[in-house]
Ligand binder design. Structure first.
Ligand SMILES: Nc1ncnc2c1ncn2[C@@H]1O[C@H](COP(=O)(O)OP(=O)(O)OP(=O)(O)O)[C@@H](O)[C@H]1O
Length: 496
């Protein structure tokens, strides 16, 4: 087909796109196919952003890209070429990015050995680009081709935005009404199961009732207790947590209610958690572990809002709201006479059950993003984005330890990826954690081995694969450096 015919077909597809009533993703892909054919580009890609920094991607679609090529393009988008196009509002065209002084220093440009790139900003309310890369026909994109691509970019911006709106409206977020009304900081997810937990939070938070949060370990019960407090009348007061499983049996009463001198040998006046939570919320985690003797005193506190500190003759008043949590079957414990029935009924006024991660797998993507952001901040590490394959891997994995296990595995993956100075977090960064024990934790020995392996890999890469040079930098004998390289199965051919 000659160029004029290709151009005509391309503009026809743009017109069809402008008329599309349902999801415009299909017609947009047709336009990209037309652009690739006309321009002889190897790949075409559209991306829209949250803001001008081109940092947070909102939506993208591509033609001629495998998933990993799309990932590679994203590496460029966040760093240089796309940012330059968006910030200047001008087309960026380079016949050879690798030799172009504007971009040649960029790691991603170097890694991909980028040649011809044409990047045109989209017209419309949100920043975005139309990005063409590679030339099957060699040489730069011809000026008349650049003109056509600029024409197309002028029209498709608004439609691409419609695609993002369509995607969002296709999957309404049931947690949204609650997020708009309540403070639910850092609780990631948009599943129906999570929305129904939020509904229970919204019902219980304005009342001063005792709440029992149940559900498997690591599902976020503590977070929900905090959310109830944050949205209650007591939010300006303290939120005091006591993990009943973490305190030795003999100390739990003094820990909870405080003690006076003489309560036990060497006892001084100590403030208990009940007093510390005055005016606020007392969160009793792992409530099933509270010894029977302390259960009676807790019942008295719940019934009369009064208690005795150890060895105190004075009945103290308490203005606290109690939230308790457990992953145990309290009814079973009651049947086994290991938990007081009257206390169980007192605690069980309003129950919120946290679903396991298996019951809300659609939250995995949100959890991965939210946890990685938080972990990067906590450790002062770069906010590395996961590759699309990473999400797929997480979704295909069982998480018996729920969000806690996911968090630990992500933490290890982020640390590994950052140590490697990787562009993305990839499934292999997670997979190494499989060498950890069944609880998902990595032992000290294993963590040290992983650290050493990453260090050798990195230093070897810096030394251009030269073991003697790497040994000199690390101040170790060459034979030792060689053995380490062998022991960690590092292939010199993989080092670039
Ligand atoms: N929806 C969520 N969004 C973000 N982080 C979460 C979410 N749910 C749990 N987490 C994180 O997972 C970890 C475990 O959560 P949490 O301690 O609240 O679980 P738990 O159910 O109280 O566990 P346990 O029964 O062992 O006490 C915490 O680091 C928490 O921040």
């Amino acid at each position: 087909m000659d160029r004029t015919a290709l151009e005509r077909d391309l503009y026809l597809n743009v017109l069809r796109l402008l008329e599309a009533h349902d999801s415009p993703t299909g017609p947009l892909t047709e336009v990209l196919v037309g652009l690739v054919t006309l321009t002889e580009a190897e790949r075409a890609y559209i991306e829209l952003y949250q803001d001008e920094t081109a940092g947070e991607r909102r939506w993208s679609t591509s033609c001629g890209c495998t998933t990993s090529e799309e990932e590679q393009i994203r590496a460029v988008t966040s760093r240089g070429i796309v940012a330059a196009a968006i910030v200047s509002g001008q087309t960026v065209h380079t016949p050879f990015a690798l030799l172009d002084p504007r971009f040649s220093a960029s790691n991603s440009v170097k890694q991909q050995r980028l040649e011809a790139v044409l990047c045109v900003p989209l017209q419309g309310a949100s920043p975005g680009v139309l990005y063409l890369e590679g030339r099957r026909g060699a040489g730069p994109f011809a000026p008349e081709v650049v003109q056509v691509v600029e024409n197309v970019a002028r029209f498709i911006g608004t439609t691409a935005q419609r695609a993002t709106a369509w995607n969002r409206s296709a999957a309404p977020d049931p947690t949204r009404p609650f997020r708009e009304r309540l403070r639910l900081d850092g609780i990631a997810g948009h599943s129906r199961a999570l929305a129904s937990v939020f509904e229970q939070v919204s019902l219980s938070c304005p009342l001063d009732v005792t709440v029992l949060v149940t559900g498997p370990s690591g599902t976020g019960k503590t977070q929900i207790a905090q959310a109830i407090h944050d949205n209650s009348k007591r939010r300006a007061g303290p939120f005091v947590e006591l993990n009943c499983a973490a305190i030795p049996e003999g100390l739990i009463e003094s820990e909870l209610f405080g003690a006076m001198p003489g309560a036990f040998p060497g006892a001084r006046r100590t403030t208990g958690k009940v007093e510390a939570a005055e005016g606020g919320t007392l969160f009793l985690d792992e409530i099933a572990e509270i010894p029977l003797a302390a259960q009676g005193k807790l019942l008295q506190l719940l019934q009369s809002k009064q208690y005795y500190a150890l060895a105190s003759p004075r009945l103290a008043k308490a203005n606290v709201r109690v939230i308790a949590a457990t992953n145990a079957d309290l009814e079973q414990l009651v049947a086994e006479k290991r938990f007081r029935e009257d206390l169980f009924y007192r605690l069980n006024v309003f129950t919120i059950r946290m679903p396991s991660l298996a019951e809300r797998r659609e939250d995995l993507g949100d959890l991965v993003d939210g946890l990685l952001d938080r972990l990067a901040e906590e450790h002062g590490l770069p906010r590395l984005r996961p590759s699309p394959g990473f999400y797929v891997y997480c979704e295909a994995t069982e998480w018996p330890g729920n969000v806690r296990q996911l968090r630990h595995r992500l933490e290890a993956a982020l640390i590994r990826a950052a140590a490697e100075v990787a562009a993305y977090i990839e499934p292999r960064h997670l997979m190494e954690a499989r060498q950890g024990n069944e609880s998902g934790c990595v032992s000290f020995h294993e963590a040290t081995r992983i650290f050493q392996s990453n260090l050798i890999r990195r230093e070897l890469a810096k030394a251009g694969g030269n073991i003697s040079e790497m040994a000199r930098c690390l101040d170790i004998a060459r034979s030792h450096a060689y053995n380490l390289t062998k022991c960690f199965k590092i292939k010199l051919s993989e080092i670039d």
